[in-house]
Design a binder for this molecule. Structure first.
Ligand code: 5GP
Length: 170
């Protein structure tokens, strides 16, 4: 399948720096726990954390829903849990793409049940086209209207993750 560049790596880098500055300022004096939703988030997560100017802890969670195609099954399961206890902590969930909102909604509710001080969300891409569950995105990298995106960690059937730009699959 062909890919077409939608957001070049340079623009991603600049936006990630802005997000990191904003998050560092909002959490100044605190030590948030950043929780990345695997696998697509890995490049964004690493770039974001390294650009921040405050201490933080990191952990990862993984939910299965998409399988190997382009459509969410809506049946979300946690297949890897975090290991850091988040009770009494400020939690920032970091997601690659919010599409229907089902995955993020499921994960935020699971984390809220563990008694954190706060739970906020940072998403690289907000894709509003197919939203089913209302989710609050506190920090958003880019809004994209439509299309299936790959690159910068995002895959289609485990392909294209290595591309440095965010591309649309044609
Ligand atoms: P949701 O539960 O919000 O429908 O979907 C969330 C997950 O679906 C994201 O974490 C992401 O892994 C995957 N997803 C949604 N849209 C896209 C897309 O355009 N490209 C890729 N590669 N994954 C997507």
């Amino acid at each position: 399948m062909a890919t077409e560049i939608l957001i070049p790596h340079k623009a991603i880098r600049a936006r990630v720096q802005e997000l990191a500055r904003q998050i560092s300022s909002d959490y100044a004096g605190k030590e948030p726990v950043l929780i990345g939703i695997l696998n697509g988030v890995v490049f964004f997560f690493a770039d974001l954390v390294m650009a921040m100017s405050i201490p933080c802890k990191i952990d990862f969670i993984r939910a299965a829903s998409y399988g190997s195609g382009m459509n969410s099954s809506g049946n979300i399961k946690l297949v890897k849990d975090i290991e850091i206890p988040v009770g009494g902590k400020d939690v920032l969930v970091v997601e690659d793409i919010v599409d229907t909102g089902l995955t993020l909604n499921h994960i935020v509710r699971a984390l809220e049940a563990r008694g954190p001080l706060s739970v906020k969300v940072c998403a690289l891409i907000d894709k509003k086209e197919r939203r089913e569950k209302k989710v609050t995105i506190d920090y958003c990298g880019f809004e994209v209207e439509e299309g299936f995106l790959v690159g910068y960690g995002l895959d289609y059937d485990e392909q294209y993750r290595y591309l440095p730009d965010i591309c649309v699959l044609k």
